[in-house]
Design a protein around this ligand. Structure first.
Ligand SMILES: O=C1O[C@H](COP(=O)(O)O)[C@@H](O)[C@H](O)[C@H]1O
Length: 257
């Protein structure tokens, strides 16, 4: 494993020989933050993305983590969700439930799925209302700096085109700076209707892990991490949290660095 920390606001890049090694390190990183926030705040707010990220969380399901983590302190959210029923193959909730949440002793009331009975607009508003309530009862922090929700940990994936959450290259939603949760009806990646956290919410996080594996994503990783400015920024380049950003890359994803 090779690691590099840059001066540029607490950004760390870790490169692992294999995705298996990446998953081992991601489990320790997540478990350590779970310990920290469970002790400090009495709650741990974790935001999941969909896609390949869920498989990379598999080591948390094994000893020592499965027995050590205070799962009752976990509160789980989604950075984006597809507007489909929760039992649909495209649902990020279903992906996370089948591959991760159903295998940990988390309290069902601490899993905040979107309301799949609503339209895209309705589901985004409803999720924002839910977050406001959870801030009022101190389950989720509010950033004093930005006035947006401050999650303890966001576990983000990235698409080969450099998209994060459901924030796609060149889309006007990249510039949304008032709403906490918004919706998209013309996602270039199916399904077209989704809800997503906005960049001000993503960037208010205390910790973000950007988890990227596979040579198919090497081009976007290269664009995101190479020196110098490029005019057309990829969505992933807008990820710049108040707290710490750590890239977890396997050799394939890092192959053009
Ligand atoms: O559509 C989505 O794609 C991204 C990336 O997925 P991956 O399978 O290439 O890792 C994911 O992070 C996002 O949550 C999801 O809705």
């Amino acid at each position: 494993m090779a690691a590099a920390t840059t001066a540029e606001n607490k950004k760390k890049v870790e490169v692992f020989d294999t995705e298996e090694d990446l998953a081992v390190s991601l489990a320790k990183y997540t478990a350590d933050l779970s310990d920290k926030f469970s002790k400090e705040r009495g709650a741990f707010s974790v935001v999941l993305s969909g896609g390949s990220l869920i498989k990379s969380l598999r080591k948390l399901l094994e000893p020592p983590y499965i027995d050590r983590i205070e799962w009752s302190k976990w509160h789980v959210f989604w950075v984006d969700e597809r507007v489909v029923p929760k039992d649909h193959e495209d649902s990020n909730y279903k992906l996370a439930y089948d591959g991760f949440l159903s295998k940990i002793p988390i309290l069902p009331g601490n899993v905040y799925a979107i309301n799949d009975a609503l339209s895209a607009e309705g589901a985004a508003d409803d999720y924002e209302t839910c977050l406001k309530h959870l801030i009022n009862i101190n389950v989720v922090d509010l950033s004093a700096a930005s006035g947006f929700p401050k999650f303890d940990l966001m576990l983000l994936g990235m698409g080969p085109d450099g998209h994060v959450a459901s924030l796609f290259p060149g889309h006007p939603l990249l510039k949304e700076n008032e709403k906490w949760v918004t919706f998209i009806k013309d996602s270039p990646k199916p399904p077209p209707e989704r809800i997503t956290f906005t960049f001000p919410v993503i960037n208010s996080s205390a910790y973000i892990a950007l988890v990227v594996a596979g040579a198919g994503k090497a081009g976007a990783v290269q664009t995101a991490l190479k020196e110098g400015q490029n005019s057309d920024k990829l969505p992933v380049q807008e990820v710049s949290p108040e707290g710490e950003l750590t890239w977890f890359l396997d050799k394939g994803a890092a192959s053009k660095l």
